[in-house]
Design a protein around this ligand. Structure first.
Ligand SMILES: [Zn+2]
Length: 312
């Protein structure tokens, strides 16, 4: 999409933003809040090819090193199961921002007709060439799909990255069949980890996250796009414990996501740094378990997963 990024609130349409927080490690960047509670990051550095190397190790399709990759296989089976719980009959599924195609591969194995979009050329090429998936490289809003043709459209940790979230949600509605289901999961801006980590909280994730949702603002945003929505869960096996422990570590260390970066598959490892942060991370993980349970019970879990159905 060539149009300039959205400046109106995706949840309510207002354009009145009030400064709320700044990031010590990202000069000039700030979090601003709409009167409705929606938040956005501004002044983020522009990164050329932001999603080319950062998320995916070159060529292998692995996002993390060895054991973490096995775990992520288990996570995508859980995600596939969550989609099937909402739409038991197998049909056509679209994964918006499908990464290297791993979840689509799982859904295809289960009998779904799998399609995806991905802005990262390297990740899209992996999904197409190595996995044989149908993946469009680019923005969803430029993709050539037939309207009213999908049974399920999914955005897993994608909406918060988008310059045009409202246009994406409208396009999702256009592409879904009348009885289709929209599945959206984003980080929770009002989570326990955000409270404990302050501006170091993992869910802010500068410069990657442009928008910061609460359950209320996420529901409003999908309602503005013509859906009825409900929150399914605020728990994520993939994110909850990691977000809590890494957010606490970030605040103590005064650095952002050092442990995760050291565990990344494409990172040059610093063994002393990794050992130190891993030891602290193990301690943080112990407190993260009860804190995550409290967060889910108190409506302050680390993610928000919603299901949307088209208003007729
Ligand atoms: Zn608003």
């Amino acid at each position: 999409m060539g149009a300039s990024p959205e400046t109106a609130c995706p949840a309510c349409g207002a354009e009145t933003w009030t400064p709320r927080a700044a990031f010590a490690d990202v000069p000039g960047a700030a979090v601003e809040e709409c009167p409705c509670g929606m938040m956005r990051s501004t002044g983020l550095p522009k990164c050329e090819d932001q999603y080319e190397d950062q998320y995916y190790a070159g060529g292998t399709g692995a996002r993390f090193a060895g054991p973490a990759e096995s775990l992520s296989r288990w996570f995508r089976r859980r995600r596939a199961g969550a989609v099937e719980a909402l739409h038991p009959a197998k049909g056509r599924v679209l994964d918006v921002g499908c990464g290297n195609g791993a979840l689509l591969d799982e859904l295809r194995t289960r009998g779904w007709e799998a399609h995806g979009t991905q802005v990262s050329r390297s990740a899209a090429a992996y999904a197409r060439d190595k996995l044989g998936l149908d993946v469009f490289t680019g923005e969803l809003t430029d993709a050539p799909y037939t309207p009213v043709s999908f049974d399920a459209v999914m955005l897993w940790h994608v909406l918060e990255h988008l310059e045009h979230p409202t246009a994406y949600l409208s396009k999702c509605r256009e592409l879904l069949k009348d009885d289709g289901v929209l599945v959206v999961e984003v980080p929770h801006a009002g989570s326990v980890a955000t409270a404990l980590g302050g501006a170091w909280g993992m869910n802010w994730d500068p410069p990657n996250h442009l928008w910061h949702f609460t359950p209320g603002t996420l529901i409003k945003a999908i309602e503005r796009a013509g859906f009825g929505g409900r929150v399914l869960t605020q728990w994520s096996w993939e994110f909850s414990l990691v977000a809590l422990s890494q957010s606490m570590l970030n605040r103590v260390a005064g650095s952002r996501n050092t442990l995760l970066k050291q565990l990344g598959a494409s990172t040059d490892r610093n063994c002393a740094l990794l050992a130190g942060h891993a030891a602290l991370g193990a301690l943080a993980m112990l407190s993260a378990i009860p804190l995550s349970l409290y967060g889910v019970a108190a409506g302050k879990g680390e993610v928000i997963r919603v299901a949307g159905r088209k208003n007729q």
